[in-house]
Write a protein that binds this ligand. Structure first.
Ligand code: NDP
Length: 332
């Protein structure tokens, strides 16, 4: 079985030399354990943080050990009464073909209810991030003008559509290509969208939201955040979900120069972590699941095949190769 190891701590953009696809023996499950064959493996921006040794909300990857991440697989051996061979489970032992772990860490998923990859994306971690960030952190309300960056990605594409479905006054998105901008308008129903690579984010946002914005869902940080503060309306809210534009920086990025606008706007900026909001999961799955079934909420996935392409898929997320959730497919 093959699994990815981190062999060095990347500085700046991760390089292939800092990773190794290792060949290992499959560990047979001990008491209370299961052996799972992974079918879909997740790659996510936060993994960049785990490659560094810096202290954060989740421990750094250990060097020369299997890397971790979300995955969905099928149970091929079980020493636990609650989990049967053939069950499909969501778990946290990605970046590898086979995983042996405590059955307690497995969450059963239903392959009939949704495609397996959806449990990593639209009905999984990234979907809940969008839902919790919008409803809780941003206290979204009907009529709000919403701005979201990374809008063609896994989280961002759901933020915009959920806001629209819940009665947003106007939804504006930014993304990194003309193709993505077209998708936002034509398929996801955004009212306006722009390519942040085309010019000043501040000017483009001003044009897209001439009456200002009430909430900003920040996936990227940097000049997007400054532009959003600049366009914030009275009592505006900003949720810091991610800052992908600075994840590979080797020096601290400059902060927004216009924070004092929060005084006149009585604005609020607040960071959040999806892990604190799993109590919303049942409500989220019910509401978003229904919108997916009715076709009101659309989603795309970018699927890369083969464990040997797991690293490239991850780097692709940092580069913006993906539309919607990026997943690695290892089997049916
Ligand atoms: P995405 O599917 O959005 O993929 C990342 C996207 O970021 C790329 O597709 C790319 O799209 C964009 N990007 C890359 N570099 C830049 C840049 N310099 N400036 C602007 N955009 C850039 O990933 P996710 O939906 O999984 O995650 C989105 C954000 O949410 C990330 O910042 C992530 O860390 C964060 N997150 C936070 C969570 C939390 O609990 N707080 C949980 C989950 C995710 P493009 O072509 O548009 O550049």
């Amino acid at each position: 079985s093959r699994e990815w190891h981190l062999t060095g701590r990347p500085v700046g953009w991760p390089k292939p030399e800092d990773f190794q696809l290792a060949e290992v023996e499959i560990a047979q499950p001990g008491p209370g354990q299961v052996l799972v064959k992974n079918l879909y493996v997740s790659v996510d921006p936060y993994m960049r943080g785990r490659m560094s040794a810096a202290k954060s909300y989740v421990a750094p990857y250990e060097l020369d050990k299997a890397m971790q991440g979300g995955a969905v697989g099928v149970v091929v051996a079980s020493n636990d009464e609650g989990v049967a061979v053939g069950d499909h489970v969501l778990h946290f032992n990605g970046w590898r073909e086979y995983a042996t772990f405590d059955a307690k860490q497995a969450v059963k998923v239903d392959p009939e209810a949704a495609p397996l990859s959806a449990y990593l994306g639209v009905l999984g971690m990234t979907g809940l991030t969008a839902y919790a960030g919008l409803l809780r952190t941003l206290s979204f309300k009907e009529g709000d003008t919403v701005f979201v960056s990374g809008a063609a990605g896994a989280v961002g594409s759901q933020v915009g559509q959920i806001a629209k479905l819940l009665g947003a006054g106007r939804v504006v998105g930014s993304a990194g290509s003309a193709e993505k901008v077209k998708l936002l308008i034509e398929e996801y129903g955004f009212d306006a969208a722009f390519n942040y690579k085309d010019g000043s984010v501040f000017e483009q946002l001003k044009q897209a939201a001439p009456d200002g914005i009430d909430v900003y869902f920040d996936n990227v940080g940097g000049d997007h955040l400054e532009a959003a503060i600049g366009q914030l309306n009275r009592d505006g809210r900003i949720a810091i979900c991610g800052a992908i534009s600075v994840y590979n920086n080797t020096e601290a990025a400059p902060g927004p120069r216009n924070l004092s606008r929060l005084i006149q706007t009585r604005g609020r900026i607040e960071g959040f972590l999806v892990g604190d909001h799993y109590d919303l999961q049942p409500q989220f799955v019910q509401q978003v699941g229904a919108w997916i079934r009715s076709g009101e909420l659309k989603y795309r996935e970018t699927v890369v095949e083969g464990i040997e392409n797991n690293l490239e898929a991850f780097l692709g997320v940092l580069r913006g190769d993906n539309i919607g959730k990026m997943v690695v497919k290892l089997g049916e």
